[in-house]
Design a protein around this ligand. Sequence first.
Ligand code: BGC
Length: 365
Amino acid sequence: MPNGIGLRLLTGTITAVIVLSTLSCTKEPAGNTGATAGPRPIRIGLSLDTLKEERWQRDRDLFVQYAKELGAEVVVQAANGDDRVQMQQAENLLTQGVDVLVVVPHNGEVMGSIVDAAKGQNVPVIAYDRLIRNSEPALYVSFDNEKVGELQARYLLERAPKGNYVLIGGAPTDNNALLFRKGQMNVLQPAVDQGSIKIVSDQWAKDWLASEALRATENALTQANNDVVAIVASNDATAGGSVQALEGQKLAGKVLVSGQDADLGGLQRIVAGTQSMTVYKPIAQLARRAAEAAVALGRHEKLETTSKVNNGKIDVPSILLEPIVVNKDNIVQTIVKDGYHKMDDIYRNVPREQWPSTEKTKAQQ
Ligand code: BGC
């Protein structure tokens, strides 16, 4: 990943955390006043649900990079979508004596108990991208996820104001999936009430699997006799499954499909015309804010945040970053410009003469 992106993306985020000092070392443990032992670096445990979707690898790499730049050490664990494994890994990180735990929960309810366990050991927990429910995390750093859902639905509704809609939600165990759906319905419900659109199928893809979205879309198309104008897919992985189902009925490119994450596969479908849009979430901003906050918390510094999100138990201090709509008209100005993906990769399957003009591209790179 080009080095410039992180810095470029860092500018223009919403204000939230003020890091109060720059040295990322813990205080001496009480009683350790030996002349030779300096303060040790902050140790951060990063517990990830999965590395399956492309974005999580980027999250991991950037988070580790930024934390290291701040002088901290990071131990990373990924649970392959298994609650029990994630719990054990997180417990292990606590046993190893991390100063801060950063968690992307597979299941936002289940991981509440690790927040409780960490609290018992005075280890603050940051809920990264996904909220951890019914517990007391120190911070929630994410994007405005309800807005993500609104952007997806609004894009489709503006282009298909009438007809049958299919909804493909994400993993019901992921609080974000519920927020995306909430945002989608904020936009779609008035059109449903007016009778201009009809939701003919409303399903969820377990673990965000493309195979689940494929099956759900196939069923929906069968039930609706292929009379569908738009598929509200909640991310690019599920959009991929839906597009595959559409291809099976020679409908790809004729039915609007949303997405999220600016995955390479999603962007390639956008330039091929089979997926309509994606929601781009500049991960560098998220990883940077989380790394800064983790180091500050590890040093027992106070964080100043501007938002709060209720998790069923407390109002969690939160940082919510802005998502960006991307379609084939602004891929160059957003994704390529930020170095998130390369022009050559995105347009790999498109004949060169159909690429956006290189003049424009060079100017924007
Ligand atoms: C994230 C999305 C991602 C999905 C599947 C959600 O919690 O916000 O960016 O596509 O999980 O990993």
